[in-house]
Design a protein around this ligand. Structure first.
Ligand code: IMP
Length: 202
């Protein structure tokens, strides 16, 4: 059976690389550059679900193929869940990962409670229905940056049960425990349950 094209709606090279590694040998997908989609997609909403859906809708309207997208936030307990859905623009626009970390460390200066979690929500539109799955990774915010791998808040996020930050881990190790890895495991389960599963299978 011919494999149906499925598109991952992201302009983030970091997310694309992680998801390529997570889905390798499981699903082939097209990136936005593969399909020549270069428009910025606004993410104006207050939930990860709505932003992920907006990324899917913009691309589906252009290519009319099944599309998935993800939206991720860092939720810090002592900050009442901030920066949450606003993680990319925490220190203002344009999005600046270094400035975001600096602001986060300042806000948490002296805090005893440094618990946080990353949450990834995936939205998948199969042409008929919007499906949502998610993944969470619990951890803590370190008092200073360490490591050079990964992206975003990785230098200050230490996943539960580890002593290294995500940025000190090789990508294979981050991909064993991360929010994105868990969300994409759920995504695979969703596709396996779908009646048209073999259309997307590798
Ligand atoms: P968005 O999903 O692209 O809106 O990402 C939200 C913010 O979280 C951005 O600042 C990203 O850099 C950051 N972010 C997303 N995923 C990760 C991750 O796996 N590690 C660290 N930061 C991340």
């Amino acid at each position: 059976m011919t494999q149906q094209a499925i598109v991952f709606s992201t302009h983030s090279a970091h997310k694309l690389a992680e998801v390529q590694a997570l889905l390798r040998g499981k699903i082939n997908f097209l990136s936005l550059s593969d399909i020549g989609f270069h428009q910025e997609i606004p993410e104006p909403y207050e939930t990860l679900e709505e932003n992920a859906k907006a990324k899917v809708e913009a691309v589906y309207a252009a290519v009319n193929k099944p599309v998935f997208a993800e939206d991720t936030g860092l939720f810090v307990e002592a900050l009442g869940g901030k920066p949450g859905v606003y993680s990319a623009r925490y220190a203002g626009e344009p999005s600046d990962p270094e400035a975001n970390i600096t602001k986060l460390l300042q806000e948490l200066e002296g805090a005893n409670n440094r618990k946080a979690y990353f949450k990834t929500v995936i939205c998948f539109f199969d042409g008929t229905t919007f499906h949502f799955v998610e993944g969470i990774c619990n951890g803590t915010i370190a008092p200073q940056r360490s490591g050079t791998q990964g992206f975003g808040y990785d230098p200050v996020f230490i996943p539960e049960g580890n002593t290294l930050s995500f940025a000190e881990m090789v990508s294979e190790d981050k991909n064993k425990v991360s929010h994105r890895a868990k969300a994409f495991q759920h995504f695979m389960m969703l596709l396996e349950q779908s009646p048209s599963n073999e259309l997307y299978a590798h």
